[in-house]
Design a protein around this ligand. Structure first.
Ligand code: 9MR
Length: 374
């Protein structure tokens, strides 16, 4: 295991969790909020306000992390611990890294992320179990019978969920079950071998392995009304009708500037009305290069609207941004010509987008919601 917490680490910037009783925390946060409204106009945010504000609302605010900088880069660590309440492993808990060869598990990355989070009092979202990407060759190129593939699935879940049972309490069990654009199931390996029931089988199996875990379907392109959003909703209602253990829906939230839908809260509320948690699981808003001040300001407004949408939905438990800084974002590599999608710039300076999130939390009345936050 990497020792993620040694080597001149600075002390955590703040106390969380059980350090303050909920009532006291709420009072502190309200006081903090009142001061911030006056003292920190949006463009002046220097970061650091978000955790207390999130606590006051009873939601989590998360960030996707990469192992190497999380272990080695003090500035990266400070952005994570100073601004967020949960982390998601951007890559290292994916199948390709956890079980690169059959029965060969590599826990160095996942242990580093979980160890760092525990040391700093952060929650962890588990990401991800079944996905069509980042599968090792032995899995994706294997020729499997149904029984064999179910055995493989069970062994992977036993290993991964079992190892972090009680420490990672939320898992993206199914990632991106629908085709990129459209209302059909994606014909991934699981679908090809097990048929469309693989989703129910995987959720049921994950529940057997860790009965206390919150189990999610995580998807993109469902943030606004459309065929794909409705197809996911139909899939989910069918699963619930059949009693399949499913507790939450992740709205990934990978947006291009100008595309944050007006009805995102309505889409999330549909699942809330079914008794499910929802989370904005992978938020970023990419800008065309080169981004000017106006674009950054407009982006701030989009971040603000997404956080407000979460706050407007009773069971929205978390908003997670997909990367610590623009330098670490997946966007420039995957979308040439686009950049600057995150709340911190290449040099870890807070951008207007960070202040947009602060403003959303300040403007809505603080109201602690019960239950889960990662
Ligand atoms: O951010 C991740 C990037 O580093 C990887 O190269 C990529 C591989 O497909 O996966 C990215 O994360 C994805 C996430 O796991 C699921 N939703 C889409 C994300 C962006 O592609």
């Amino acid at each position: 295991m990497h020792n993620a917490t040694s080597g001149g680490r600075r002390a955590p910037a703040r106390g969380r969790g059980g350090l303050l009783a909920a009532g006291a925390l709420g009072a502190v946060a309200v006081a903090v909020t009142a001061v911030l409204v006056v003292a920190l106009p949006r463009e002046d945010s220097t970061g650091g306000e978000l955790p207390a504000l999130a606590d006051a609302h009873g939601i989590g605010l998360g960030v996707a992390v990469a192992v190497n900088p999380l272990v080695h880069d003090d500035d990266y660590q400070d952005v994570v611990t100073g601004n967020y309440t949960s982390v998601t492993a951007e890559n290292t808990m994916k199948w390709q890294y956890v079980q690169p060869e059959r029965y060969e598990f590599d826990w160095s990355g996942p242990d580093a992320v979980v160890g760092f989070a525990e040391h700093h009092g952060l929650d962890v979202r588990g990401h991800t179990l079944l996905w069509h990407n980042q599968q090792p060759a032995w899995l994706s190129e294997g020729s499997w019978t149904e029984a064999e593939l179910l055995k493989v699935m069970r062994e992977h879940m036993d290993a991964l969920l079992g190892r972090y049972q009680g420490r990672i309490t939320t898992w993206d069990v199914i990632n991106e079950p629908l085709v990129d654009a459209g209302p059909r199931l994606r014909e991934n390996l699981w679908y090809q071998v097990l048929g469309e029931d693989y989703i129910a089988q995987a959720l049921t199996m994950a529940h057997e392995v860790d009965p206390d875990a919150r189990l999610y379907v995580n998807e993109f392109g469902i943030e606004g009304a459309g065929d794909k959003a409705d197809a996911l909703y139909d899939l989910v209602t069918d699963l619930l009708d059949r009693g399949v253990p499913l507790h939450g829906i992740g709205f990934q939230g990978h947006f291009v500037h100008g595309s944050v839908p007006e009805d995102m809260a309505d889409q999330m509320r549909r699942y809330s009305d079914l008794g499910l948690d929802v989370t904005v699981s992978e938020l970023d808003v990419r800008l065309p290069e080169p981004p000017g001040p106006e674009q950054l300001e407009a982006q701030a407004h989009e971040y603000q609207r997404v956080v407000e949408a979460c706050l407007d939905v009773p069971t929205c438990v978390n908003v997670t941004v997909w990367g610590v800084s623009d330098h670490h974002s997946w966007i420039p590599e995957w979308f040439p010509g686009y950049t600057a999608a995150l709340p911190f710039d290449d040099s870890y300076r807070p951008k207007p987008a960070l202040a947009g999130m602060v403003q959303a939390l300040e403007r809505r009345p603080a109201q602690r919601r019960p239950g889960h936050r990662p």
